[in-house]
Design a protein around this ligand. Sequence first.
Ligand code: SF4
Length: 323
Amino acid sequence: MQNRDFIRDKTNDVLAGLAVTSQEAERLLFTDDLMTLAESANTITRAYNANKVDVETLLNAKAGSCPESCSFCAQSSFYDSKITKYPLLPTEVVLQRAQTAKEGGASSFCLVCAYRAPPERDFQQICETIAEIVNKVDIDVNVSLGFMTRLRARKLKSLGVKRYNHNLEAAESYFSKICKTHDFADRMNTAQIVKDEGLELCCGGIIGMGETPQQRLELGFSIASLRPDEVPVNILVAQQGTPLSQVPQIPGEDVIRIIAVWRFIMPKTILKIGGGREIHLKDMGRLALKAGANGLITGGYLTVGGNKPDKDLRMIHEIGLHT
Ligand code: SF4
C-alpha cells in the first residue's frame, strides 16, 4: 500500500475509534509523506477537539535545589547550572501571577515547584495558596509538585485543583540514562495515584535527549496507557552545566513527526507543545498546531524564556484557531 493510502486508512481507523499498533505507529513516523501525515493528524485533532487551543501559563514557584538527578534539568542540585534558585514564593506573589495569567488570556495556570516531594510545611503553604487562587481568580489551577501520596492528591482535589502534572520524561528503556535517583516505575506510580484520586492527569515527556525515534514512540504508548487528559511534548533545551548540555539539537521536522504520530496514538487528549518550542520549531510552531497539537505554554518555561502571550494568541487566531 502507498504511504498516502496507509496514512489515510489509519486516520479513518482512529476516527472510527480503533487504536494504532506500535508497528503502524512506526510506519507513520518514518513516512516520506510528511504533509499527509500532518494533515491527517490535524483532521483527527479537529474531529475530537474542534478548533480550540488550550493556552497555559506556568509559574516556577520554587526553583532549583532539587535532590533528584534528572540529567536534562537545570534545577537539579547535582549540576552547576547557574540558574536563579529561590525558596517557595509567598502566596500573594503567586496569586498576583495567576491574576496576570488570566488577564493575558491563559485558560489555565500551572504552579510548578522543584521538589522530589514538598516538605509538609511547604505543602501546607501551597494548599493555602491554591485556596486563594481558586477563590479569587477565574482560571483553572493545575499543579506540579513531584511525587504524590494518595492523601495529598485527595487534599489537592478537595481544594479545587483541576489537573496534576507529572511527566514520564523518557521511555522506560531509556530512563536509566537520564536519571539515577528514581526510576520509571516511580513516575508511573504517581501518575496512577493522580488518576485514582480523581484529578485530571497531565503527563508528557521530553524528546531530543539522545533517545531513538522508536523510544519516542515507546514513551508515547506508555503515556497513552495512563489515559491522560493532557500531554505536554517538551523538546530538550540543552542547559549549560547539565550532562545533556552537548546533545545535538533535534530537527524541527522530527518534532512535527512525533507530535503527529502521538496524535494518532492519543486522538482525544490535549497535546500541548511545551518547552523548547520557540527554539526548535520557530515558525514551525504554527505547523505543529495544524499537525496534531492543540495546546501550548505561553510566557516562558521553568528555567528558559518563551514568547509573550499576545504574540502566541495572535498566531493562534491567524491560523484560524481560538482559545
Ligand atoms: S525534573 Fe523535576 S524531579 Fe527532576 S531534577 Fe528537575 S525538578 Fe527535580
